[in-house]
Design a protein around this ligand. Structure first.
Ligand SMILES: Cc1cc2nc3c(=O)[nH]c(=O)nc-3n(C[C@H](O)[C@H](O)[C@H](O)COP(=O)(O)O)c2cc1C
Length: 298
């Protein structure tokens, strides 16, 4: 393991280790105005949601590492205490990149990026029309974390109005494939949260699972099953009954394995673990657990 003492490495290196490790990060495309109403937009990926009631988003505008200057977004928010946080999906990521360039104060990143400002309902900053989710916010607090290059300012935002593109909604819930968000990683890397990159982990939260420690030792120490396989089995609500385990004897695939392996018990146990793994992959975790328990009989 590479072990790092943050006191002993340059800030730019620490920054990159953090960006690469805490990733992918959602991107707040922050829209603000200055005291004269001039519009400013810039992306911020030190960002997340922290509370649903009240609905709170936090992002951090850091002091630049190169020259310790602060960002226009921060000074606008200090003046107006308002911001619109727009999400970034794949279709606007290149325009977002243009808006992140350090133009002179007063230059409109809307004009530079070709994105379209539209009025908000309750705050002065504009929404970005092309963004599929726009959240109008009043700034609750700004927490300054230091005064040297790289130091963040946590901007704590209370969402007072939310707008979601209806094309991204199915049955009252956001469909990630339709929203097609992008996430920021380290260096120039981004990720796209749709298609094959998206998967589901269905785990009921109200019903208690047996847990890893309830799995038989032979299963926990299996050379065939992975940590994720064991995680799926740990999510079962009960171990199979003796009858369920015995019923495995009638399973055609198991019968074939018993025949093939003959007296070679080790081979049979391994083959049964492989079969159970396949069934876990198909979503048949109860059958898989019965097969694994059955394999202990040999
Ligand atoms: C995807 C992306 C994410 C960024 N995240 C941050 C961030 O979390 N904090 C920050 O201070 N700067 C971040 N930046 C850099 C700012 O967007 C950049 O400094 C910008 O010029 C600031 O504009 P402003 O001065 O108009 O606020 C990010 C840039 C990109 C492209």
């Amino acid at each position: 393991m590479l072990t790092i003492d943050p006191q002993n490495i340059p800030t730019r290196d620490m920054h990159q280790y953090l960006l690469g490790s805490v990733a992918p990060r959602p991107i707040a495309f922050a829209s603000t105005v200055d005291a004269d109403g001039n519009a400013n937009i810039a992306p911020y990926s030190f960002f997340n949601a922290f509370s649903s009631n009240p609905p709170i988003l936090v992002f951090s505008a850091n002091r630049r590492v190169v020259d310790n200057t602060t960002k226009d977004t921060l000074s606008n928010i200090e003046t107006t205490r308002e911001v619109v946080i727009n999400v970034v999906n794949h279709s606007i990521v290149r325009q977002m990149a243009v808006a992140s360039i350090q133009f002179d104060t007063g230059v409109s990143e809307f004009a530079k990026s070709g994105l379209t400002p539209i009025p908000s309902d309750v705050v002065k900053p504009f929404r970005i029309k092309e963004s599929p989710v726009q959240m109008e916010c009043k700034v609750k607090d700004i927490i300054t974390l230091g005064d040297e290059g790289g130091a963040g300012h946590l901007i704590i935002c209370n969402v007072v109005r939310m707008h979601i593109d209806e094309n991204a909604i199915d049955n009252g819930r956001i469909n990630p494939h339709k929203l097609d968000l992008v996430g920021r990683m380290g260096r120039a890397y981004y990720t796209r949260a749709s298609g094959d990159a998206v998967f589901t982990v269905v785990q009921p939260v109200m019903k208690v699972s047996i847990g890893f420690d309830a799995l038989p030792e032979s299963v926990r120490n299996s050379h065939v099953l992975s940590g994720n396989d064991l995680g799926i089995l740990a999510g079962l609500h009960a171990l199979p009954t003796a009858e369920e385990v015995e019923k495995v004897r009638e399973n055609e695939a198991v019968k074939a394995l018993i025949q093939t392996c003959g007296d070679d018990k080790n081979a049979l146990r391994t083959r049964l673990h492989h079969y159970a793994k396949t069934e876990i992959g198909k979503g048949n975790k109860e059958l898989a657990m019965s097969v694994l328990s059955f394999s202990d009989k040999f």
